[in-house]
Design a protein around this ligand. Sequence first.
Ligand SMILES: *Cc1c(COP(=O)(O)O)cnc(C)c1O
Length: 378
Amino acid sequence: MRFEKRIPLSTPTIHGEEMIYVKEAFDKNWIAPLGFNCDNFEAEMAAFMAEDEKDKYYCLALSSGTAAIHLAMKLAGLKAGDRVFCSDTTFAATVNPVSYEGGIQVFIDSEFDSWNMDPKALEKAFEKYPDTKIVALAHLYGSPAKMDEILEICEKYNAILIEDAAEALSATYKGRQCGTLGRYNIVSFNGNKIITSSGGGMLITADKKARDKALFWATQARENALWYQHEEIGYNYRMSNVVAGIGRGQLIHLEEHRALKEKIYRRYEQGFKGLPVKMNPYLEDTKPNFWLSCMLIDEGVDVSPIDIINKLNDANIEARPIWKPMHMQPVFKDNDFISANGNSVGEEIFKRGLCLPSDIKMTEAEQDAVIDIIKSFF
Ligand SMILES: *Cc1c(COP(=O)(O)O)cnc(C)c1O
């Protein structure tokens, strides 16, 4: 069996409103890295993030989630030679901006309950490097991390939390939106994320001054003068008004995308009943966005995720390994890695896990075919 058309992991799902906002940008000749779509997209995202009226957030639309993380690192005061405690199992974009500023990543292992940063390992890291002032945490595949425990540790050591919610937009922790839980927070609108602007990201913070400072850096650090006056190094990180139009059109459909993603997750969960596998987990009191459905093969079962990925690929179905932990990456071979008890949970998940097709345009029949192929291994 081979599908004529490839079944992808996750691709954009476009509805129609996107084009209305984009057309408006063209009609008004607002084809620039600023304009009404940027302003409105920021306001609409700020409203989405707020629980009620007294909850106020300030958003900054940027060219990528990675740019947002870079500016968050600068806002947090990262200086050359400083250590930053980072999620170990994540996409490289969470941790690369530390190097842009000359900082040093120390990788913190995952736990099995949510696959995110292990508070026990974080505590150990602070015992070893108590003067560390920044923690960069990602919510893997849209499942929120153990935020209460992690925030308590950050508070104890007077460290700033940067929340990378690139994969977790619309996921909630105890009713609060991911992207509002740290001091400086980011989301991504890259093409594979739950909603997309084709490419882009946003910085989210409750600190208006910080948002304004980030805007200053993102627009070439131009001082207030008639001529171009520069007292700091700047960046060209602003989101285009055209791109922001796509994002606005997508934001309308965010909850709908989340519901479809959850449906896919539940169908896998049901389909794998009785097999020695588990779905990617989530904590009580959290609502993941189910961005990617993943599975973990039970310990001691002689089935390799690579064989499953290859067989799915033969049927023209895309599947992928779990993000390879950062401490296993050659580029970070000299960085420290801290785990709770010496074993690496992230490495274990990488060896036994895989990401499954989670595209919301996938039909039930297509998903059943994926499930059948996986079942044939057990
Ligand atoms: C996608 C992603 C990013 C980067 O976002 P871009 O908009 O692609 O720069 C950062 N962190 C994580 C965890 C991601 O999945």
